[in-house]
Ligand binder design. Sequence first.
Ligand SMILES: Nc1nc2c(ncn2[C@@H]2O[C@H](COP(=O)(O)OP(=O)(O)OP(=O)(O)O)[C@@H](O)[C@H]2O)c(=O)[nH]1
Ligand SMILES: [Mg+2]
Length: 257
Amino acid sequence: MSRKKTPKSKAGSVPAASTLPTAANRPRLAGPRTARPGPEALPNGPPQSGRPSLGGTGDFYDVAFKVMLVGDSGVGKTCLLVRFKDGAFLAGTFISTVGIDFRNKVLDVDGMKVKLQIWDTAGQERFRSVTHAYYRDAHALLLLYDITNRDSFDNIQAWLTEIQEYAQQDVVLMLLGNKVDSAQERVVKREDGEKLAKEYGLPFMETSAKTGLNVDLAFTAIAKELKQRSTQPPSEPHFRLHDYVKREGRGVSCCRL
Ligand SMILES: Nc1nc2c(ncn2[C@@H]2O[C@H](COP(=O)(O)OP(=O)(O)OP(=O)(O)O)[C@@H](O)[C@H]2O)c(=O)[nH]1
Ligand SMILES: [Mg+2]
C-alpha cells in the first residue's frame, strides 16, 4: 500500500455553511442494532485517501478514516479530542463548540499508519443541521454521554435515531460514558450504560477526558476496527471490537485514577 503524507496543518474548523454536503437517502434501521457488521463489510466505501504534503513536513500514513464525536452539549466531546490529540485537559470555563471542528492524528496500528480525521461536532440543538451533513462521510462515530448528567444519557436514544437516519448503515459506533472521574456527581450507573449498549449491540466504555482513562483506548479500538475492515480478507482471523474494548477497558476502581 502506498504511503501518503498528511498536510502540516492538522486542525480546522467549519462554521455553519450552505455548501455542506447533504445527507443522502439511505435505508433506515427498524430497531436497535444487534451486531456490528463483519469484516466483509467495508465502512462506507473505501477509506479516505490523503492529500500529499506540500511542505514535506507532514506525517506519513497508509490509510485514513473519518471519525465523528457526537452527543449532547457539555458531555466532553472537545475535551476528549484534546486529551487524545494533545494529552491535555481543557479545564476552566466551558466554551461550547460552534459548528464543527476537526483534528488529525496518525496512529500506528499493528505496523500500519492509520490517520484519523476526528470531527468534533457541536452538541447544541441549533447546530444540528450542520452536523447532519457530516454523518454520511463518517466511518466511525463516538457517541458520548456524561455520567453526571442524566439528560445526556436519556438523550442517547434520540442520538441513535439520528445516527440511523443520517449515518451510513455500517458505520462503526461506540458508546462512551464520560467524566468518570467525577464519582461524587455520578447519576448514571455503569450498569445502565452497559445495558443500553447491549440493547443496541454497541461496544461501551466509561472514559475521562480529565484523567485520560480509556481515551486512547477508545480511539485505538476504532482505528483497529476500521483498519481491519479495509485491509483484511474476510477469511482471516479478525479483530473483534467488542472483545477488545471489554478486555482492555479499565474501570474507575482500577489503578489509573
Ligand atoms: N470532570 C470532568 N469534566 C470534564 C470532562 N470532560 C469534559 N469536562 C468538562 O465539561 C465541560 C464541557 O466539556 P466540552 O468538551 O467542551 O463539551 P462538549 O461536549 O464539547 O460540548 P459542546 O461543544 O457544546 O457540544 C467543560 O467544562 C469540561 O472541562 C471529564 O472527563 N471530567
Ligand atoms: Mg465541544
